[in-house]
Design a protein. Structure first.
Length: 114
């Protein structure tokens, strides 16, 4: 079997251009990656809010009182119960709801937990 050749890099293989810092850049720190030799600028920037679509209220979980006996039934066939429960749990998780799910003959019943 022939040995595989691996690339050998030295520090002289990577060139980092020095740039005169302008006034706003003077306060920034530059972190250099030793393996790549590239420069990254570390900045304090607030995380912007998502500008995508808002989550739709597919299920009326927000209309249920938390901890009450209120519930709703999502009708489904026995073959689709697993898909429906996964969809409801994902929706509840993404929208910060705690739910209890129980399967019934004709669908999935949903309660909102405290």
């Amino acid at each position: 079997m022939a040995k595989k050749k691996t690339a050998q890099f030295t520090d002289s293989d990577f060139v980092v251009k020095a740039v005169e810092p302008t006034e706003p850049q003077a306060e920034r720190e530059v972190a250099l990656s030793p393996a790549l030799g590239s420069g990254f600028v570390i900045e304090d920037v607030a995380i912007p809010k998502r500008s995508g679509r808002k989550p739709s209220n597919i299920y009326p979980i927000n209309q249920l009182e938390a901890g009450s006996e209120q519930s709703f039934l999502v009708p489904s066939s026995p073959e689709e119960i697993q898909k429906i429960t996964t969809r409801i749990r994902t929706f509840a998780y993404r929208n910060d709801f705690n739910v209890i799910l129980r399967t019934e003959e004709n669908g999935v019943r949903v309660w909102r937990k405290k």
